[in-house]
Design a protein. Structure first.
Length: 357
């Protein structure tokens, strides 16, 4: 008998996130580790009248391609485009067993693959097809989160299987305050004092449409106007590598100084991916107070109530005009629960991670 938590998650993905309609073609992507969830999503798509198609990946093959493939093979994105451009919806189930598989792959080869896949990903980010991303608990993720597999299962399903309609209602009042403002000033620990410009932008409320779990609202900034310094205490992982103690200094929107207590070389490589990598593509505000601790997993950490995150690189097209362009989109999260403050056009609206209006 299937785990009822998995059945519930599949129902949320198909009927809440994608709202699958009869006749729609739905791509379900995940590794063999996620077969229990792939199976339930497949069943749910059938019940909704859709046409499910699975793309089940074998763990380790991507690492083989990145280490042994030629640059032409790494840069081939034909299969991705074939699938993405002919589907009405896409369920992507992250389910890595070895999260460090790509750690020693040259940054140049990773960038080559990112550039090749960019058109297909922009197709999704522009909402030209419905999509949702979720995570299936594996031993690899459990090790990264410093949990047992059972603890991770409880954590993931507890965060994912929630009432997203209620979470959406709780975010609307805060987003309305931000929508009416021009300058967002974030003050916090270790010298953090950074101002992000969102004049003319409207927040996107994320309540289970694209991410499960969810609970954030976010903006596409006027990326040439970011000013100040921010320090991120929480470790983050990007492309399989852990970076911690990141300090960024912005002048006229651009990162002009960047240091990390761990992962300095990779931080510099990411910032040098292209011109847009040194500018912001997103300002996000976490609003899911049911997620109380960071796990070095951006899908969860960026939703933590009382946190903010900045994304270096590509902006979401639906977030506003003239957004930043880049081959990277790297979310980095900072908790504001310990002395942090958010000001909107000079008005204090959050202190110690709690709204004060």
């Amino acid at each position: 008998m299937a785990d009822e938590r998995i059945v519930r998650l599949a129902d949320i993905l198909v009927n809440h996130s994608l709202k699958v309609q009869p006749g729609e073609k739905i791509l379900i992507n995940g590794s063999t580790s996620a077969i229990p969830l792939i199976r339930e999503v497949y069943k749910s798509v059938l019940k909704a009248g859709g046409y499910p198609h699975t793309n089940v990946e074998v763990p380790g093959l991507l690492g083989t391609l990145m280490r042994e493939g030629t640059e032409e093979q790494i840069g081939y994105a034909g299969w991705t485009e074939l699938l993405f451009y002919h589907m009405d919806g896409y369920v992507n189930i992250l389910s890595e067993e070895n999260t460090k598989e790509l750690t020693n792959v040259e940054s140049r080869r990773m960038t080559l693959r990112s550039k090749a896949r960019r058109p297909a990903l922009e197709h999704l980010m522009a909402d030209k097809a419905k999509w949702v991303l979720t995570k299936f608990p594996t031993q690899g993720y459990a090790q990264d989160a410093e949990m047992s597999l059972e603890e991770l299962e409880n954590f993931i399903y507890g965060a994912a299987n929630v009432d997203y309609a209620e979470i959406e209602r709780s975010m609307q009042a805060a987003a309305a305050k931000f929508d009416a403002a021009s300058k967002v000033r974030i003050v916090g620990s270790n010298g953090t004092d950074v101002t992000v410009d969102i004049e003319g932008r409207k927040g996107i409320i994320a309540a289970g449409r694209h991410n499960i779990p969810d609970g954030e609202f976010y903006y596409t900034p006027n990326f040439r106007k970011t000013e100040g310094t921010i320090f991120f205490e929480w470790p983050t992982t990007y492309r399989g590598r852990e970076i911690s103690g990141i300090r960024l200094v912005f002048r006229e929107g651009q990162v002009v100084e960047a240091t990390a207590q761990k992962g300095q070389e990779f931080l510099e490589e990411a910032l040098n991916s292209d011109e847009g990598a040194r500018y912001l593509g997103e300002l996000g505000i976490g609003a899911n107070y049911g997620i109380t601790r960071p796990t070095k997993d951006i899908l969860f950490d960026e939703k933590i109530g009382g946190s903010i995150h900045l994304a270096l690189g590509q902006a979401y097209e639906q977030g506003g005009p003239d957004g930043n362009k880049s081959v990277i989109h790297w979310d980095i999260v900072k908790g504001l629960m310990d002395g942090g403050e958010i000001y909107l056009d000079g008005e204090l609206v959050q202190k110690n991670g709690k709204w004060v209006f």
